[in-house]
Unconditional design. Sequence first.
Length: 72
Amino acid sequence: MFGFFRKLKKIVVGVILCAVGYGLYKLLNTAKTQESLFDILGEDNYLNILDKVRLVGDLLGWPVEFIRALLP
């Protein structure tokens, strides 16, 4: 019985973390926020961080793209 609650707790924490991450992504994806970050960080730092974020997104998304390519 306690194993069920531990698994449920992990699932709930995972869902909450995914929701927070998605919310931050949507917040940072707005033009106004991107413009503010560009002004605060400067062009070089902003573009460097943006490249790293895109690289992480590509690395996390490659299994999905690989399986999509295999499907007819």
